[in-house]
Design a protein around this ligand. Structure first.
Ligand SMILES: Cc1ncc(COP(=O)(O)O)c(C=O)c1O
Length: 327
Protein backbone atom coordinates (compact mmCIF):
# COMPACT_ATOMS: atom_id res chain seq x y z
CA UNK A 1 0.00 0.00 0.00
CA UNK A 2 1.69 3.28 -1.12
CA UNK A 3 0.63 5.20 2.05
CA UNK A 4 2.65 2.66 4.04
CA UNK A 5 5.82 3.93 2.38
CA UNK A 6 5.66 7.25 4.24
CA UNK A 7 8.49 7.71 6.78
CA UNK A 8 11.25 5.32 7.88
CA UNK A 9 13.64 7.23 5.63
CA UNK A 10 17.42 6.69 5.58
CA UNK A 11 19.82 8.64 7.77
CA UNK A 12 22.79 9.57 5.55
CA UNK A 13 26.21 10.23 7.12
CA UNK A 14 28.14 12.93 5.20
CA UNK A 15 31.43 11.34 4.12
CA UNK A 16 33.11 13.98 1.97
CA UNK A 17 35.50 16.32 3.76
CA UNK A 18 34.67 18.92 1.12
CA UNK A 19 31.16 18.96 2.58
CA UNK A 20 31.97 18.41 6.26
CA UNK A 21 35.59 19.31 7.06
CA UNK A 22 35.01 18.70 10.81
CA UNK A 23 36.05 15.04 10.97
CA UNK A 24 35.29 14.62 14.68
CA UNK A 25 31.70 15.88 14.30
CA UNK A 26 29.49 13.48 12.38
CA UNK A 27 26.69 15.21 10.47
CA UNK A 28 23.73 13.11 9.35
CA UNK A 29 21.01 14.02 6.83
CA UNK A 30 17.54 12.51 7.25
CA UNK A 31 16.54 11.83 3.66
CA UNK A 32 12.91 12.95 3.57
CA UNK A 33 13.21 13.09 -0.22
CA UNK A 34 12.59 9.31 -0.03
CA UNK A 35 8.90 9.78 0.87
CA UNK A 36 6.35 8.93 -1.90
CA UNK A 37 5.94 12.53 -3.14
CA UNK A 38 9.62 13.19 -2.39
CA UNK A 39 9.13 15.53 0.57
CA UNK A 40 8.82 15.62 4.35
CA UNK A 41 5.23 16.89 4.06
CA UNK A 42 3.86 13.40 3.33
CA UNK A 43 4.24 12.70 7.06
CA UNK A 44 2.21 15.72 8.18
CA UNK A 45 -0.52 15.49 5.54
CA UNK A 46 -1.00 11.75 6.08
CA UNK A 47 -1.34 12.28 9.84
CA UNK A 48 -3.78 15.23 9.59
CA UNK A 49 -5.97 13.74 6.82
CA UNK A 50 -6.12 10.33 8.59
CA UNK A 51 -7.25 12.02 11.82
CA UNK A 52 -9.85 14.18 10.03
CA UNK A 53 -11.15 11.38 7.81
CA UNK A 54 -13.21 9.56 10.45
CA UNK A 55 -15.23 12.63 11.40
CA UNK A 56 -15.87 13.87 7.84
CA UNK A 57 -18.34 12.99 5.10
CA UNK A 58 -17.16 11.58 1.78
CA UNK A 59 -18.29 14.84 0.09
CA UNK A 60 -15.62 16.86 1.85
CA UNK A 61 -13.01 18.86 -0.11
CA UNK A 62 -9.63 19.45 1.56
CA UNK A 63 -8.07 22.87 1.03
CA UNK A 64 -4.54 23.96 1.85
CA UNK A 65 -2.23 26.93 1.45
CA UNK A 66 1.14 25.55 0.41
CA UNK A 67 4.48 26.66 -0.99
CA UNK A 68 4.21 23.47 -3.02
CA UNK A 69 5.16 20.35 -1.11
CA UNK A 70 2.13 20.19 1.20
CA UNK A 71 0.00 20.65 -1.88
CA UNK A 72 1.64 17.73 -3.67
CA UNK A 73 1.30 15.53 -0.59
CA UNK A 74 -2.35 16.52 -0.14
CA UNK A 75 -3.12 15.91 -3.81
CA UNK A 76 -1.48 12.46 -3.61
CA UNK A 77 -3.11 11.42 -0.33
CA UNK A 78 -6.55 12.72 -1.40
CA UNK A 79 -6.22 10.77 -4.66
CA UNK A 80 -5.54 7.56 -2.71
CA UNK A 81 -8.27 8.25 -0.14
CA UNK A 82 -10.84 9.49 -2.70
CA UNK A 83 -11.22 13.11 -1.54
CA UNK A 84 -11.30 16.30 -3.67
CA UNK A 85 -8.73 19.00 -2.89
CA UNK A 86 -7.85 22.62 -3.69
CA UNK A 87 -4.27 23.88 -3.29
CA UNK A 88 -3.50 27.59 -2.95
CA UNK A 89 0.12 28.48 -3.68
CA UNK A 90 1.96 31.59 -4.90
CA UNK A 91 4.07 32.69 -7.85
CA UNK A 92 7.29 31.70 -6.00
CA UNK A 93 6.31 28.03 -6.28
CA UNK A 94 8.24 26.11 -8.93
CA UNK A 95 6.45 24.90 -12.07
CA UNK A 96 7.46 21.32 -11.18
CA UNK A 97 5.58 21.45 -7.86
CA UNK A 98 2.46 23.03 -9.39
CA UNK A 99 2.41 20.36 -12.11
CA UNK A 100 2.77 17.57 -9.53
CA UNK A 101 -0.37 18.82 -7.69
CA UNK A 102 -2.30 18.93 -10.96
CA UNK A 103 -1.05 15.48 -11.95
CA UNK A 104 -2.76 13.99 -8.86
CA UNK A 105 -6.02 15.75 -9.81
CA UNK A 106 -5.93 18.78 -7.49
CA UNK A 107 -7.34 22.19 -8.37
CA UNK A 108 -4.51 24.76 -8.04
CA UNK A 109 -4.85 28.51 -7.37
CA UNK A 110 -1.65 30.58 -7.81
CA UNK A 111 -1.60 33.86 -5.83
CA UNK A 112 0.88 36.75 -6.14
CA UNK A 113 3.93 36.12 -3.91
CA UNK A 114 4.24 39.90 -3.34
CA UNK A 115 0.85 40.07 -1.57
CA UNK A 116 1.21 41.31 2.02
CA UNK A 117 0.54 38.83 4.88
CA UNK A 118 -3.05 38.91 6.24
CA UNK A 119 -4.47 40.58 3.12
CA UNK A 120 -7.13 38.90 0.96
CA UNK A 121 -4.66 38.35 -1.91
CA UNK A 122 -2.09 36.53 0.24
CA UNK A 123 -2.10 32.78 -0.52
CA UNK A 124 -2.65 31.76 3.12
CA UNK A 125 -5.65 34.11 3.44
CA UNK A 126 -7.17 32.85 0.16
CA UNK A 127 -7.22 29.32 1.62
CA UNK A 128 -8.76 30.55 4.90
CA UNK A 129 -11.46 32.49 3.01
CA UNK A 130 -12.27 29.52 0.76
CA UNK A 131 -12.74 27.19 3.73
CA UNK A 132 -14.83 29.67 5.72
CA UNK A 133 -17.18 30.36 2.81
CA UNK A 134 -17.75 26.67 1.86
CA UNK A 135 -19.27 24.43 4.55
CA UNK A 136 -18.02 21.23 2.89
CA UNK A 137 -14.38 22.44 2.78
CA UNK A 138 -11.85 21.29 5.41
CA UNK A 139 -8.81 23.54 5.75
CA UNK A 140 -5.69 21.52 6.52
CA UNK A 141 -4.50 24.73 8.25
CA UNK A 142 -0.89 23.54 8.41
CA UNK A 143 0.11 26.89 9.96
CA UNK A 144 -2.26 26.53 12.94
CA UNK A 145 -3.02 22.81 13.19
CA UNK A 146 -1.34 21.14 16.19
CA UNK A 147 -1.62 17.86 14.25
CA UNK A 148 1.28 19.22 12.17
CA UNK A 149 3.60 19.17 15.23
CA UNK A 150 2.15 15.85 16.40
CA UNK A 151 3.02 14.16 13.09
CA UNK A 152 6.74 14.86 13.54
CA UNK A 153 6.67 14.21 17.30
CA UNK A 154 5.27 10.74 16.62
CA UNK A 155 7.35 9.75 13.58
CA UNK A 156 10.39 11.87 12.65
CA UNK A 157 11.68 12.48 16.19
CA UNK A 158 11.58 8.79 17.24
CA UNK A 159 13.21 7.68 13.96
CA UNK A 160 16.12 10.12 14.47
CA UNK A 161 16.53 9.03 18.10
CA UNK A 162 16.62 5.33 17.16
CA UNK A 163 18.81 5.74 14.07
CA UNK A 164 21.47 7.61 16.08
CA UNK A 165 21.16 5.20 19.05
CA UNK A 166 20.40 8.26 21.17
CA UNK A 167 23.78 9.83 20.23
CA UNK A 168 22.29 12.97 18.66
CA UNK A 169 23.40 16.20 20.41
CA UNK A 170 22.12 18.84 17.92
CA UNK A 171 19.07 18.98 15.68
CA UNK A 172 19.37 21.61 12.93
CA UNK A 173 16.49 22.48 10.62
CA UNK A 174 14.65 25.38 8.98
CA UNK A 175 11.03 26.32 9.54
CA UNK A 176 8.04 27.52 7.62
CA UNK A 177 5.03 26.29 9.60
CA UNK A 178 7.67 25.14 12.13
CA UNK A 179 5.88 21.78 12.51
CA UNK A 180 9.13 19.89 11.82
CA UNK A 181 11.34 21.81 14.25
CA UNK A 182 8.70 21.86 17.00
CA UNK A 183 7.58 18.24 16.64
CA UNK A 184 10.91 16.46 16.17
CA UNK A 185 12.72 19.01 18.39
CA UNK A 186 10.36 18.56 21.35
CA UNK A 187 10.44 14.76 21.01
CA UNK A 188 14.24 14.73 21.04
CA UNK A 189 14.38 17.04 24.07
CA UNK A 190 11.88 14.78 25.84
CA UNK A 191 14.39 11.93 25.41
CA UNK A 192 17.46 14.01 26.37
CA UNK A 193 17.03 17.56 27.58
CA UNK A 194 20.62 18.49 26.67
CA UNK A 195 19.94 18.14 22.93
CA UNK A 196 20.19 21.56 21.27
CA UNK A 197 17.60 22.61 18.70
CA UNK A 198 19.07 24.97 16.09
CA UNK A 199 16.85 26.88 13.68
CA UNK A 200 18.30 27.40 10.19
CA UNK A 201 16.81 30.45 8.48
CA UNK A 202 17.26 32.28 5.16
CA UNK A 203 18.60 35.84 5.53
CA UNK A 204 15.54 38.05 5.08
CA UNK A 205 13.11 35.72 6.90
CA UNK A 206 11.31 37.06 9.98
CA UNK A 207 11.70 33.86 12.03
CA UNK A 208 15.30 34.34 13.20
CA UNK A 209 14.61 37.97 14.11
CA UNK A 210 11.58 36.90 16.16
CA UNK A 211 13.56 34.19 17.98
CA UNK A 212 16.48 36.43 18.85
CA UNK A 213 14.64 39.70 19.62
CA UNK A 214 10.92 38.84 19.80
CA UNK A 215 10.24 41.50 17.16
CA UNK A 216 9.61 41.36 13.41
CA UNK A 217 10.44 44.15 10.95
CA UNK A 218 7.57 45.42 8.82
CA UNK A 219 9.56 44.90 5.60
CA UNK A 220 10.89 41.34 5.49
CA UNK A 221 13.79 40.77 3.08
CA UNK A 222 13.72 38.73 -0.12
CA UNK A 223 15.25 35.29 -0.63
CA UNK A 224 14.73 32.62 -3.27
CA UNK A 225 15.01 29.41 -1.24
CA UNK A 226 11.56 27.78 -1.20
CA UNK A 227 9.75 26.18 1.72
CA UNK A 228 11.66 27.74 4.62
CA UNK A 229 11.60 31.15 6.28
CA UNK A 230 8.53 33.30 6.70
CA UNK A 231 7.34 36.90 6.32
CA UNK A 232 5.33 36.64 9.58
CA UNK A 233 5.57 34.73 12.87
CA UNK A 234 4.50 31.08 12.47
CA UNK A 235 1.66 30.35 14.92
CA UNK A 236 3.12 26.96 15.81
CA UNK A 237 6.54 28.35 16.75
CA UNK A 238 7.45 28.33 20.45
CA UNK A 239 10.69 30.33 20.59
CA UNK A 240 11.54 28.79 23.98
CA UNK A 241 12.32 25.48 22.29
CA UNK A 242 14.98 26.99 20.01
CA UNK A 243 18.52 27.17 21.45
CA UNK A 244 20.27 28.96 18.54
CA UNK A 245 19.66 30.39 15.11
CA UNK A 246 21.93 30.15 12.05
CA UNK A 247 21.23 32.43 9.09
CA UNK A 248 22.19 31.35 5.58
CA UNK A 249 22.30 33.25 2.27
CA UNK A 250 20.65 31.98 -0.92
CA UNK A 251 24.10 31.58 -2.46
CA UNK A 252 25.36 29.43 0.45
CA UNK A 253 22.27 27.18 0.22
CA UNK A 254 22.57 26.86 -3.57
CA UNK A 255 26.31 26.09 -3.38
CA UNK A 256 25.62 23.39 -0.79
CA UNK A 257 23.02 21.74 -3.06
CA UNK A 258 25.58 21.49 -5.88
CA UNK A 259 28.39 20.24 -3.61
CA UNK A 260 26.08 17.56 -2.17
CA UNK A 261 25.21 16.43 -5.66
CA UNK A 262 28.81 16.09 -6.82
CA UNK A 263 30.37 14.87 -3.55
CA UNK A 264 27.66 12.77 -1.87
CA UNK A 265 25.44 11.84 -4.83
CA UNK A 266 22.49 13.53 -3.13
CA UNK A 267 20.04 15.49 -5.28
CA UNK A 268 18.17 17.68 -2.81
CA UNK A 269 16.11 20.89 -2.77
CA UNK A 270 17.18 24.39 -1.69
CA UNK A 271 15.91 24.15 1.89
CA UNK A 272 18.01 20.97 2.34
CA UNK A 273 21.05 22.93 1.08
CA UNK A 274 20.20 25.64 3.60
CA UNK A 275 19.84 23.11 6.46
CA UNK A 276 23.12 21.37 5.68
CA UNK A 277 24.99 24.67 5.22
CA UNK A 278 23.64 25.70 8.65
CA UNK A 279 24.70 22.39 10.21
CA UNK A 280 28.26 22.84 8.87
CA UNK A 281 28.37 26.48 10.04
CA UNK A 282 27.21 25.36 13.48
CA UNK A 283 29.86 22.60 13.56
CA UNK A 284 32.51 25.24 12.80
CA UNK A 285 31.60 27.00 16.06
CA UNK A 286 31.88 23.87 18.25
CA UNK A 287 35.10 23.10 20.16
CA UNK A 288 37.51 20.84 18.22
CA UNK A 289 37.25 18.09 20.86
CA UNK A 290 33.47 18.37 20.98
CA UNK A 291 31.65 15.03 21.28
CA UNK A 292 28.78 16.14 19.07
CA UNK A 293 26.51 14.41 16.59
CA UNK A 294 24.45 16.70 14.38
CA UNK A 295 21.30 15.65 12.52
CA UNK A 296 19.68 17.81 9.86
CA UNK A 297 16.93 17.31 7.29
CA UNK A 298 16.98 16.71 3.54
CA UNK A 299 13.44 18.10 3.18
CA UNK A 300 12.76 17.32 -0.46
CA UNK A 301 14.20 16.22 -3.79
CA UNK A 302 16.22 18.32 -6.25
CA UNK A 303 13.94 17.20 -9.09
CA UNK A 304 11.43 19.78 -7.88
CA UNK A 305 13.94 22.56 -8.66
CA UNK A 306 15.39 21.36 -12.00
CA UNK A 307 14.24 24.61 -13.65
CA UNK A 308 15.58 26.78 -10.83
CA UNK A 309 18.62 26.18 -8.62
CA UNK A 310 19.79 23.30 -10.88
CA UNK A 311 19.40 25.33 -14.10
CA UNK A 312 22.41 27.31 -15.41
CA UNK A 313 20.01 29.65 -17.21
CA UNK A 314 18.03 30.42 -14.05
CA UNK A 315 21.21 30.86 -11.98
CA UNK A 316 22.54 33.36 -14.55
CA UNK A 317 19.25 35.23 -14.83
CA UNK A 318 19.05 35.55 -11.05
CA UNK A 319 22.70 36.59 -10.78
CA UNK A 320 23.90 33.69 -8.68
CA UNK A 321 27.52 32.60 -9.00
CA UNK A 322 28.19 29.12 -10.20
CA UNK A 323 30.94 28.40 -7.70
CA UNK A 324 30.29 24.72 -8.20
CA UNK A 325 29.61 23.10 -11.55
CA UNK A 326 25.90 22.48 -12.13
CA UNK A 327 26.69 19.51 -14.39
C1 LIG B 1 10.97 22.23 0.94
C2 LIG B 1 10.58 22.48 2.35
N1 LIG B 1 11.50 22.47 3.28
C3 LIG B 1 11.21 22.74 4.58
C4 LIG B 1 9.93 23.04 4.99
C5 LIG B 1 9.69 23.46 6.41
O1 LIG B 1 8.90 22.60 7.13
P1 LIG B 1 7.88 23.08 8.26
O2 LIG B 1 6.69 23.65 7.56
O3 LIG B 1 7.56 21.84 9.01
O4 LIG B 1 8.53 24.12 9.10
C6 LIG B 1 8.94 23.06 4.03
C7 LIG B 1 7.59 23.44 4.39
O5 LIG B 1 6.77 23.87 3.60
C8 LIG B 1 9.25 22.76 2.68
O6 LIG B 1 8.32 22.78 1.71
Amino acid sequence: MPLGKIGNTDLHLIKSEKVNPYKNIPIFIKLESQNPTKSIKDRMVHHVVSKAKDSLSEEITFVSASSGNTGTSLAYICKLMNFRCVIVTNTKCSEEKINACKAFGAEVIVADSDAKPNTDNHYQQIAVNLASSNSNYFDLDQYGNKGNIEAYYKTLGPEIWEQTDGEITHFVTGGSTCGTVMGAGSFLKSKENKIKVVLADPIGSSISEYITSETVSSEPGKYVIEGVGKDSIPKLLDRELIDSVIEITDQEAIDMCHILKSEEGLYLGGSSGLNIAAAIKYASKLPKDSKSTIVTIGCDSGEKYASKIYSDKWLNQNKFDRNISTK
